[in-house]
Design a protein around this ligand. Structure first.
Ligand code: SF4
Ligand code: SF4
Length: 380
């Protein structure tokens, strides 16, 4: 079904520029921000390491002033490539890595492998990855964070959370063990995520954001069957100059965001994004993002977490929708398929298209069942 531009009525309240910000717009630039109370100084535009397999792209980013790189054990050879890219200037770069392991022993073994791959005897930030409910941050894993920091293998520690950000930031503040958090944040999210980030930052936690591009979706071609036979107007919106950089400016104008993990695959993207920060978020950006939201509304999961655990057959809805976005939005089909294939066999066998039990309705308008069916068709 084509989505008409007139469906802009649902626009997120947080998208608009407040009047004072418009009165005195400030470019974000490649200045440095303090990463919470860590004492580290980072450029607001950071590099999502998994976005490229070319060492030269990372080096170009460093040359242009980016000094934060996000990577992880789960991104195959990415840590090794980054280790090679920063050789000779390791001290100037803040590297964050992460583990998805569920026990202390496995997580600490991951940390040792990360250090070997990065060719470094420390990582600046080490995180437990994708913790979306408080009970996922077990005592055993908290002990892993403590040991990692005490041993000096990790200078600072934290967790990452794709969804349920308000609850997870509040939980980690209560535990008091996270120096930083890496959280999903973009112009499609509700204001409660902004408020949660601001509260955590006020309390001294370093805030790193991911998913800034809300799926990217810039690879679309006219009549592309992957995008429902993309109409001309839609292609124009998604490929319009500035649609990507507007999303970056939107996220980084929030000064509670210390840095970001933005995937950039080539030199042009690095240079465009760095250049973009010399301009402030503007009314033109706002219009571009409004138009993009019309396309994203039924497709892009805002990671609020409301549908996590609702499926009686065990389908982790937000996770599967995220995997689909890796393929559709970012064009990273291998990561999408790899992530999907890590789901338990029983879950992969579930055919949402045949299911009559699904009564869940996404408050953000995502056509959940249709999207899950698509994910299975494409990734299974
Ligand atoms: S599909 Fe909807 S309800 Fe579920 S996590 Fe995404 S935005 Fe929230
Ligand atoms: S369509 Fe059925 S199987 Fe699929 S997520 Fe919904 S309840 Fe679960």
């Amino acid at each position: 079904m084509a989505i008409e531009p007139s469906r802009r009525g649902f626009l997120a309240a947080g998208l608009s520029l407040p009047a004072p910000a418009l009165a005195q717009p400030k470019p974000t630039g490649m200045t440095r921000r303090s990463l919470g109370n860590t004492g580290l100084k980072v450029a607001p535009l950071g590099f999502g390491g998994r976005g490229t397999s070319e060492m030269g792209v990372i080096q170009r980013a460093l040359d242009l002033g980016i000094n934060f790189i996000d990577t992880g054990r789960m991104y195959q050879n990415n840590e090794r490539m980054i280790g090679n890219a920063v050789r000779g200037r390791r001290q100037q770069v803040v590297i964050a890595s992460k583990s998805t392991s569920r026990t202390r022993a496995e997580a600490l073994a991951d940390l040792d492998t990360s250090l070997k791959e990065l060719q470094s005897d420390y990582v600046d930030i080490w995180q437990l990855h994708n913790k979306t409910r408080p009970e996922m941050v077990t005592g055993d894993l908290l002990e892993a964070l403590r040991i990692a920091k005490q041993s000096g293998k990790a200078r600072f520690v934290g967790i990452t959370s794709h969804l349920n950000v308000p609850e997870m930031t509040a939980h980690m503040l209560k535990l008091g063990v996270a120096d930083v958090m890496l959280v999903g944040y973009n112009f499609t999210f509700k204001p409660d995520v902004t408020r949660a980030i601001e509260a955590a930052r006020r309390a001294g936690m370093g805030i790193i954001v991911m998913k800034v591009l809300a799926g990217g979706f810039a690879r679309i071609q006219e009549k592309d069957p992957r995008y429902e036979g993309a109409a001309e107007w839609l292609v124009k919106i998604l490929k319009q100059d500035g649609a990507i950089t507007a999303a970056i400016r939107w996220a980084l104008r929030n000064e509670s965001v210390d840095t970001s993990a933005v995937c950039m695959s080539d030199f042009e993207q690095v240079e465009d994004n760095v250049r973009a920060l010399s301009q402030p978020y503007s009314r033109a950006d706002e219009q571009l993002l409004h138009a993009k939201l019309a396309f994203l509304a039924p497709r892009y999961c805002r990671m609020c977490g409301d549908c996590g655990g609702v499926c009686e057959k065990g389908v982790p809805v937000p996770d599967v929708l995220r995997f689909l976005t890796y393929a559709e939005g970012y064009g990273d089909f291998p990561l999408a398929r790899r992530s999907y294939l890590e789901l338990p066999e029983a879950v992969r066998q579930v055919r949402c298209g045949d299911c009559e039990a699904c009564t869940f309705r996404c408050a953000n308008g995502v056509r959940v069942r249709e999207r899950l069916t698509r994910a299975r068709e494409w990734l299974a």
